[in-house]
Design a protein around this ligand. Structure first.
Ligand code: NIG
Ligand code: FE
Length: 417
C-alpha cells in the first residue's frame, strides 16, 4: 500500500537525521519544506522532498496502486505526541469545576474527599467494558484533533485490583487503535481514604504488592508518582522509584506543581524519562535537569484550568534545556486532550514561539514517552502518523486560530481515517 501526498504547501517538522530532542535556542527552529511531497509505504514514511524533485513514481513497479492526495494550499504536520494523560476515567467532575469557580483550591477540593479520590470511587464502580467504551470516545476525539501517540496513566484505582483494571483497559486500547500508546503505573497518585494517616503503609502496598504484579503482567512501560505538597514526599517517591527501577520501570513523574517539592531532583536521580507540571522551578531545579536525560514537560491545560502560575519555560530554554508539552487530559484538572489548544496556551501564557510549541508537542513530547525513534517528526522510516490541515496561510496560524479545527485529514500508520 502506497500513498503519495503531493503539492503540500508546507511539510512541517522534517528531519534528514532524526534528533533525540531539541534544546534551548534550537527550539525556535522548525525545519519545513515548501511545495513538498510525502510518500508513505505501508505504515512508514518512505520519502519526502520538494515537488520539483518528485521522482516519477508512475514508471516504478507497484505504483499503479498508489493512493494520491493533492494537498494544494494545505500543510502536513507529524501527528502530536501527547506524553501525559489520564484519559481512562469513569465520569466527569464538573461539580468541582463549579467549586473551583467559587474559589476553592485544588488542595481544598482534594481534602473534602473530591478530586482524585472521587474519581477512584467511580473507577471502583465501573466495569472494564464501561471504562473502555468511555475512553475510546476520548481516543476518537484526540485522533480527530491530530494526536498520533498518547501516554495514559493509571492512578484512579488505588487498589491492586482497580489499578490492574485500569491498566488492562489501557492495554486493550493499545491493541485496538492505530495510535501508539504507552502506559504508566501511577499507584502513587493519591492516598486512598482507608489509608488516611497510614500513608507509609499505602507506599508499602504499592512497592510490595502492586509493582511486582503489574511488572509480571507487563502492563506498564513507566512508573509515576505525584511527588508534591500534600501528596507523596521525596522520601516516599525515592522508595517507589527505587522499587520500580528493579522491575525495569523507568520513572515519568508528577513534580513541582504545587510547590518546590524536590520532585524534579528525585526524578533526575532515578533517570526519569520526564518530570511533568513544573510550575515551581528555580535555579536548583534547572541545575539538576542540566546534563540529565530527563525531559522537562509542561502541561499548560492544567495550569489554565486551575488558574495556576505558569512554569518558567523561557528560563528553562535559556538554560539550554529541552521542553515538552502535553495535555494532562483528565477529569479534574484538564478535561481536554486538544494538543493544538495546548500549543495556543503555550504561546499566549508562556510566551513560547509557535515553532517552539510545535517542537515541544512533536519531537520533544515523543522523547518524553520514549518513542522519538518512531514518531515526532517527518523522517524516513518513522511511522506515518501525520495530519493534513485545511488551507491555512502559515505555520503560525495553527496556534493563532486557537478555537478553530484546522485539521482536514488524519493519517495513522499510513491509513487515512
Ligand atoms: O496531573 N496532579 C496530579 N494529577 C492530575 C490530576 C488528576 C485529577 O485531579 O483527577 C494532574 O493534574
Ligand atoms: Fe497528570
Amino acid at each position: 500500500m502506497k500513498m503519495l501526498i503531493s503539492n503540500i504547501k508546507t511539510l512541517v517538522q522534517v528531519e534528514e537525521n532524526p534528533r533525540k530532542w531539541v534544546v534551548g535556542t534550537d527550539m525556535a527552529n522548525l525545519n519545513c519544506i515548501d511545495n513538498a511531497y510525502l510518500l508513505i509505504e505501508d505504515e512508514k514514511i518512505a520519502d519526502f522532498g520538494k515537488m520539483t524533485d518528485l521522482p516519477n513514481y508512475d514508471e516504478m513497479e507497484g505504483f499503479d496502486q498508489v493512493e494520491e492526495i493533492d494537498a494544494t494550499g494545505r500543510m502536513v504536520f507529524p501527528s502530536f505526541c501527547d506524553s501525559h494523560t489520564h484519559l481512562v476515567y469513569a465520569g466527569s467532575r464538573e461539580i468541582e469545576y463549579t467549586d473551583k469557580i467559587k474559589g476553592l483550591s485544588y488542595e481544598e477540593i482534594a481534602k473534602r474527599g473530591g478530586g482524585i479520590l472521587n474519581s477512584a470511587k467511580r473507577m471502583h464502580e465501573a466495569t472494564e467494558e464501561e471504562l473502555y467504551e468511555s475512553a475510546m470516545e476520548r481516543i476518537h476525539e484526540i485522533i480527530s484533533l491530530g494526536t498520533g501517540a498518547v501516554e495514559i496513566k493509571s492512578g484512579y484505582g488505588l487498589t491492586l485490583e482497580d489499578e490492574l483494571k485500569m491498566l488492562r483497559v489501557i492495554k486493550r486500547i493499545k491493541e485496538t487503535t492505530p495510535l501508539t500508546i504507552k502506559a504508566s503505573f501511577l499507584g502513587a497518585h493519591a492516598v486512598p481514604a482507608e489509608y488516611k494517616g497510614r500513608q507509609s503503609e499505602y507506599v508499602d502496598l504499592i512497592i510490595n504488592e502492586m509493582i511486582p504484579v503489574i511488572a509480571a503482567e507487563e502492563l506498564a512501560d513507566f512508573i509515576d508518582v505525584f511527588c508534591d505538597k500534600g501528596f507523596f514526599t521525596v522520601e516516599e517517591t525515592d522508595r517507589i522509584l527505587n522499587a520500580g527501577m528493579k522491575y525495569g520501570l523507568r520513572p515519568k513523574i508528577h513534580a513541582n506543581e504545587l510547590d518546590y517539592s524536590g520532585g524534579i531532583q528525585v526524578g533526575v536521580k532515578y533517570n526519569a524519562l520526564s518530570v511533568d507540571h513544573l510550575e515551581f522551578v528555580g535555579e536548583d531545579e534547572i541545575k539538576s535537569l542540566q546534563g540529565s536525560e530527563t525531559m522537562p514537560t509542561v502541561l499548560p491545560g492544567a495550569a489554565f484550568f486551575l488558574n495556576m502560575v505558569c512554569s518558567p519555560v523561557r528560563d528553562m530554554m535559556n538554560a539550554g534545556l529541552p521542553v515538552a508539552l502535553a495535555s494532562d487530559f483528565n477529569p479534574g484538572s484538564s478535561p481536554s486532550g486538544n494538543m493544538k489548544f495546548v500549543m495556543s496556551l503555550a504561546c499566549i501564557n508562556y510566551k513560547m514561539l509557535p515553532q517552539e510549541a510545535i517542537n515541544a508537542t512533536t519531537i520533544n513530547s515523543a522523547y518524553a514517552m520514549g518513542i522519538q525513534e518512531e514518531l515526532g517528526s517527518i523522517a524516513k522510516g518513522k511511522i506515518a502518523n501525520v495530519f493534513i490541515t485545511k488551507e491555512i496561510p502559515s505555520v503560525e496560524f495553527m496556534p493563532y486560530a486557537y478555537g478553530s479545527n484546522l485539521i482536514d485529514a488524519v493519517i495513522l500508520r499510513g491509513q487515512r481515517l
